[in-house]
Every structure is written in C-alpha cells, then in structure tokens.
Design a protein around this ligand. Structure first.
Ligand code: C2E
Ligand code: MG
Ligand code: MG
Length: 644
C-alpha cells in the first residue's frame, strides 16, 4: 500500500473525492437551472472538493514543510481553510435561498449572517502576515494559532442559521424539501462530532459528500427539472425559476404556446410520432429564440421565458411560430400536421404568488385558441380578472360546501300526454355573501376542476331527497325528479353506493329519481355502465341531457340504458329561428327507438304547442316556470293539480 507521511487516516477523504468529482462533472454537463440556489449548490461542491483535496495535500506537505517554499505552504493551507469556510457558507446560502429563508430573517439580519464568513476569509487571507489562524515556526512547522477556533465557530454558526431558516419557513415548505434540509444539516453535525471523537481520521469531507448527496437527490438532480420527451425544462423548473424572479421582484415575460387538440392529435398520430414532433418543435424553439428559456409543461403546452420586459420582438416570435406550424412536419418516417396557438404574457400581469402564476398560465393554455381566433395575441388584464374570479369562486364554493349552504331549486317538467306537470329537474343554486348568485355553469366547472364536484353532487342529491322526504311532492302528482350528474361524478367508482346511501337515509325510493348524464360521461363507458347498472337495480333511471349541444354520437347513445333524451336549448331555439330543420326527424327517430323526448328551453305557448305536435313527450322551460325554491315549487304543484 501507499505509504503516507502523516499519521492521519485518509480513507474517508479519499473515498469522497471521486464521488464529488463525478457529481460535479455530471452537474456541469447537465446544466442545471439558471437560479441562485443552483449556483450556491455548485459553490458547495467546488468548495467541498477544494477543501478535501487541500486537506490531504496540506496534511502530507506539512510533514516535510521544509522541502517547500514557505509561500507554497501558506497557500496550500489557506486553500484548505478557505474551502472549509466557503463550503459551510455556501451551504447556508443554498438553504436560505431554497427555503426563502433570507426573507424570513429580514434584510438586515440576513446581511449580518454573512459577517462571520467574511471575517474568517479575511483572517485566512491575512494569516501569512498576521498569524491569526495558523503559522509555521522553524521549530514546530505548522501549528494552529489563537483565532483558529473561528473555523469551527463558522461551521456551527451556519448550521444553526440554516436550521433557523428552515424552522421559520416550516409551514411553507413541502415535506421533501423540509426533510432533506433537516437531514443534510444533521449529517453535517454528525460529521463534526465524529471528527472530534476520531481526531486522526479525516471524516469531515465524507460527511460533506453525504450532505451533498442528500441535496442532489432531493432537489438538485438536473433530471428532476427536465421533461423526458423534449429534454426541455419542465413545469417544476418553471416554478423554481418563477419563484426566484417573483421573490426578488425581477421582471420577466413569457410566451405561451399550445398545440391544438393535443389529445386528439395523440390518438390520431400515436404517442411515438407526436413525441418526436414535440421534440423537434422544442429544439426549434431553443435554436430560434436563444435569449429565452424554453419549458415544456406537458400535453402540448410550451412556454418561453425571458428576463426583463417585452421588447418589440414578441410579434415576430408569434409570427414565426405560426409560420413554423403553417406546413406539415416530417419526422423520420412520417408527416403530420399540427396547429398552434400562442400568446404573449407581459410581466406586470403575473400574480405575485407562484402557485397563482402557474394557475394563470394553465388558464392561458386553455384559452389561447379562442383568444387567437378573436385576434388577441397578448394576454390582457381581463384574462387575469377571469382567473382571479375563478379563484374566488373556488374559495367561496369550498366554504359553501363546508357550510352545506348549496341549495336545490326545482324546474317543472310538463307531460304532454297527461297535460300536467309530472316531473321536475333539480338545479343547484349557490349564493355567496360576497360574490352574490353564482351561475351553476360557472361553479360546476370550478368544482369539476378542483374535485369538489363529488361533494357538490352528494349535497345536491341530499337536498333533493330531503325535499322528497319532507314535502312529499308525490302526493301532489309528482312522479320523478331529474338530478344532473357531471362526467366527473360518473368516474367515481363509489357513485352508486354513495347515492343509494343518501336516498336510504331519507327513506326515498330511487324509483323517484332520473339521473341526467351528458355525452362527455360516455367517454369512460365501462365505468359508467357499471354505475348505471347498480343505480338501475335500485330503480333509478337515466336521461341523456343536452342532446345536440355538442357532437352527438347516435350509435353510442342507442346502446346505453337510457330511456329519455333531453333536446338541448340551443337545438330547440335554433329550430324556432329557422335553423336545425332536422329536429322533427330526430324526434321521430328517437320515438322509433322507444325513447322519450324532453324539449328544453320552451319559452312560449307557440313553442310548447309546436313541440307537442312534433312528438315531444315532455317540455321544460320558462313558459311553465323558472327553477324555483322548494316551497315555491310545492305551491306551483298545488296550483297545477287544481288546474288539472
Ligand atoms: P341543464 O341540466 O341543461 O339545465 C337546464 C338549464 O336551462 C338550467 O340552467 C335552466 O335554468 C335553464 N333553462 C330552463 N328553461 C329555460 C328556458 O326556457 N330558457 C332558457 N334560456 N334557459 C332555460 P341552470 O340552472 O343555469 O343550469 C345550467 C347547467 O348547470 C345545467 O344545465 C347543468 O348542466 C348544470 N347544473 C345545474 N345544477 C347542477 C347540479 O346539481 N349538478 C351538476 N352536475 N350540474 C348542474
Ligand atoms: Mg340537466
Ligand atoms: Mg340540459
């Protein structure tokens, strides 16, 4: 074995060096995020490598120090001490930046925290002249001087302030980051304690590399911030960069670009082909707009990001993207056509909170197509207001669901054959103390987005059952109540059991219930059919709502256990305005298929008569009544039965 000069055990330090080198090289080649925490982490790794290398070299050289010039001896030992101090200092800087600890400490306190390291660095640099940290004497060679303990003081101090930052920001940090920060600081403390125990073994660098590994694996692995398909930065990377810019108040702007009908394109061209096109487009963006960072958020959504405010280049960028998509693309063996919508997002419109900023961008992705069609290429204040409205509705709705304050209104459904009201549709109503009445179209969509739709559905159904139980409208001739089911509810495997339990709680028979589903629900057919069968077994029936509002697939429809089709308001209104001349044929076709037909949006006597003659079995609309609260609906039914 190699014969070392000093009595120190170098095994741990030697093992740490190749690990540190590999990590450092990998980190530099993979090019991490252009943010301060990455540079701090790079600083930690370089300082650690320098510290370890100089530690070994200086320990050996100090044994035969007379063989080297004195300036070289000072230089090598200074290298070790600088590496030691800078490693602890940059590690603290990394922690403070990553957890936003500087803000928690306050401006002045955070400035003060840098003083010990600065003093230590100055003392190390001046040591050859002042002999404050170490010295070489002709008799003893190397020895530690009086102020040497500042080295350890700095280490303890920076671990302590790092932990303080983590605790101050505790509530705001995600679990992974919190744990990693606690872990690497604990590892460093363990390293110091062990070093004190085994004074002749160089273990500090080994524990440093363990701490670095913790950071690398939990937050600094460049692959965490790359999209696998396009190799561009991903959404997490955007959140990190965006947070840093937002926290420091540095202006930036974005260009948001999204591929139309991404899901359909994926089905049409296949995953493989589409991925290769996304890759080509991503590389083109990087080449064409070198001043911008390019991100891929998934699902065909790209984002260009640049420091500073918009210059005049935004129109050019949008135009060249449009031209790029103007022709079909050839990848290795295929040619496919895609189209894109893009919008410029100015700096001043960014919400100050990164989570809100990401929501805002997600909203722009969904709206870009419609906005472009209307000639809008720059995101406006109005877009921002719409998002903050959605945000407010989201908060208000979750409060209302907690307080169980969502109401069910009822709109009569008139039977043409019996010439009286035999049914009703339950419609959710939500009045917020601050926002006022929020239309169901708006809050149902928000609820679908947040996942609150399941609870909303349960609460509306509970209101309906409560109404059936307490008011007993069946005694007034009411035969059924229609309840809307959103597609998201139909995906819930527990739907049938949850709804049955609610009905049982109120002693309501499911035979009184007619669930309205829309065509979007038919997409997950197997799950839907399972839920439908279970509810049917209990006596419930199903109607297809909003027929004619979207693209209707008749074949798919006729195969489902649906007894009734509700013609959408748009189809009915269009017929009376001279459009949709096929409406009578549609009605005939459904009747031939033994389906009942409800016409929605019946607003006048003339409409009611024409639709009845056409063969519609039921009619619903303002002509009969608007949706009304339960008490008013009972009053309506009483009047209705008297008339009948
Ligand atoms: P929908 O199920 O098609 O309900 C019919 C909508 O048409 C209701 O709007 C109703 O007020 C309106 N309407 C009825 N007659 C007329 C008329 O003569 N003229 C016009 N212009 N409109 C008429 P509303 O209450 O605003 O509900 C809108 C949509 O919100 C509903 O459409 C339904 O899709 C959804 N929705 C309402 N309540 C619920 C619910 O409890 N759960 C779910 N999942 N969706 C609901
Ligand atoms: Mg409906
Ligand atoms: Mg409808």
């Amino acid at each position: 074995m190699f014969q070392w000069l000093s009595q120190y055990n170098y095994d741990y330090a030697l093992a740490a060096i190749p690990i540190q080198l590999i990590l450092l090289l990998f980190y530099c080649f993979r090019k991490n995020l252009p943010i301060r925490s990455s540079y701090s982490f790079l600083g930690v790794m370089i300082a650690n490598l320098a510290m370890t290398a100089f530690d070994l070299i200086s320990c050996e050289m100090n044994e035969i120090w007379t063989e080297y010039p004195l300036w070289l001896m000072y230089l090598v030992n200074q290298g070790y001490f600088l590496g030691f101090i800078i490693r602890g200092w940059t590690l603290y800087d990394y922690t403070a930046v990553e957890c936003n600890g500087y803000r928690a400490l306050g401006k002045w306190v955070s400035y003060l925290t840098h003083i010990p390291a600065l003093v230590a660095v100055l003392l190390i640099l001046s040591t050859p002249w002042t002999a404050t940290i170490f010295h070489f004497s002709p008799e003893k060679g190397y020895y530690n001087c009086e102020i040497y303990p500042i080295i350890y003081f700095c280490t303890y101090f920076y671990i302590a302030v790092s932990l303080l930052c983590v605790f101050l920001r505790w509530k705001h940090l995600d679990l992974r980051l919190k744990l990693s920060m606690l872990e690497y600081n604990m590892v460093l403390i363990a390293g110091i304690l062990l070093r004190k125990q085994f004074i002749n073994t160089l273990v500090t660098s080994y524990f440093s590399i363990l701490a670095i590994l913790f950071i690398y694996l939990s937050a600094q692995n460049p692959d965490l911030y790359r999209d696998k398909k396009t190799h561009l930065f991903n959404k997490d990377a955007f959140e990190k960069i965006g947070t840093e810019y937002l926290v420091s108040g540095t202006p930036f702007h974005c260009i948001v670009a999204t591929i139309h009908n991404y899901m359909s394109a994926k089905n049409l061209y296949g995953h493989q082909q589409l991925s290769s096109c996304l890759d080509i487009f991503g590389q083109w963006l990087r080449r064409s707009f070198p001043g911008y960072y390019v991100f891929y958020f998934g699902n065909g959504d790209f984002l260009l990001f640049r420091k500073g405010r918009f210059e005049d280049d935004k129109e050019n960028i949008l135009r060249s993207m449009e031209e790029y998509f103007g022709h079909s693309w050839k990848s290795e063996d295929t040619e496919i056509s895609l189209s894109i919508s893009a919008m410029a997002l100015p700096s001043h419109l960014f919400p100050k909170d990164i989570a809100k900023a990401v929501d805002f961008i997600a909203y722009i992705f969904t709206k870009a197509y419609v906005e472009n069609r209307q000639g809008n290429v720059i995101v406006s204040e109005e877009n921002l207001q719409r998002v903050s409205r959605l945000d407010m509705v989201e908060t208000a709705l979750s409060r209302a669901l907690q307080e169980h304050s969502i109401e069910a209104y009822f709109q009569p459904i008139y039977s043409v054959r019996e010439q009286r009201v035999t049914g009703a549709e339950a419609l959710a109503r939500f009045k917020d103390p601050e926002l006022g009445c929020i239309p169901p179209q708006e809050f149902v969509r928000v609820a679908e987005h947040t996942g609150d739709i399941l609870e909303l559905g349960r609460q509306v159904f509970d209101r309906v059952c409560e109404f059936l139980e307490t008011e007993q409208p069946n005694l007034l001739g009411l035969e059924k109540i229609n309840v809307n089911l959103s597609p998201a509810q139909c995906m819930n495997d527990q739907l049938a059991s949850e709804l049955s339990a609610i009905a049982e709680k109120h002693n309501v028979s499911m035979e009184m219930i007619d669930f309205e589903i829309t065509e979007t629900s038919l997409e997950n057919r197997l799950l839907l059919q399972k839920q439908m069968l279970r509810l049917q077994e209990k006596g419930a029936r199903f109607s297809l709502d909003d027929f004619g509002a979207g693209t209707s697939n008749l074949v798919r429809l006729l195969n489902l256990p649906i007894h009734e089709v509700k013609l959408d308001i748009s189809l009915v209104t269009s017929y009376f305005k001279g459009g949709s001349p096929m409406l009578p044929d549609l009605v005939r076709m459904f009747r031939n298929a033994d389906m009942e037909i409800v016409a929605e949006g019946v607003e006048t006597k003339e409409m009611a008569e024409t639709l009845a003659e056409m063969g519609c079995n039921y009619e619903q609309g303002y002509y009969f009544s608007r949706p009304v609260p339960p008490k008013n609906f009972i009053a309506y039914l009483k009047k209705n039965t008297r008339h009948a």
